[in-house]
Design a protein around this ligand. Structure first.
Ligand code: THU
Length: 160
């Protein structure tokens, strides 16, 4: 029997420690929470991503009376970005959540489905995507989606 550990590195930044670009992305993710359509959960999620040429695309969660049809903020932004700019990779994606009249102290982490979609974007462009998880106590920065989703199932997995 053999054992091994998988580690992920997370850096926690205060607002004044973030680069101007990252701060802008976080602010836009926070702003995007206000465009959420979430009459069922009342949990407003915003996402903002930056493409390699600096273009920013935002998204928010979009719910439905048929609950499972809801689409998370991350996927709303990612799919739109890939539709509008299929030739540009995503360098960073920021996420924020607002509920009960405030942003949460601890950051929310993307759901499993969104992690899989984020992974596909890294795989598609063969470039890492930085993930910025905003909370009022700090922004948690992960330098690649691979650190959020160990044991990846990607295009290469289909060829084995
Ligand atoms: N949600 C997101 O938009 N992103 C996440 O990372 C987690 C969950 C949405 C889905 C649903 O509209 C609401 O938050 C409550 O789960």
């Amino acid at each position: 029997m053999e054992k091994y550990n998988i580690t992920s590195e997370v850096a926690v930044y205060q607002d004044d420690e973030l680069s101007a670009e990252d701060r802008e992305l976080v602010e836009l993710a926070k702003k995007a929470t206000q465009q959420s359509y979430s009459p069922y959960s009342h949990f407003q999620v915003g996402a903002a991503l930056r493409l390699e040429d600096g273009t920013i695309v935002t998204g928010s969660n979009q719910e439905n009376a048929s609950y499972p049809l809801a689409l998370c903020a991350e996927r709303t932004a990612l799919f739109h970005a890939q539709h509008e700019h299929p030739d540009k990779n995503v360098v960073a994606l920021a996420i924020a959540a607002y509920a009960n009249g405030h942003f949460y102290p601890e950051p929310i982490s993307p759901c499993g489905a969104c992690r899989q979609v984020m992974l596909e974007v890294e795989d598609r462009y063969k470039r890492p995507m930085r993930v910025l998880l905003y909370g009022t106590s700090g922004t948690h920065v992960i330098s690649t989606v691979r650190d959020l989703l160990p044991f990846q199932f990607i295009s290469e997995s289909l060829k084995k």
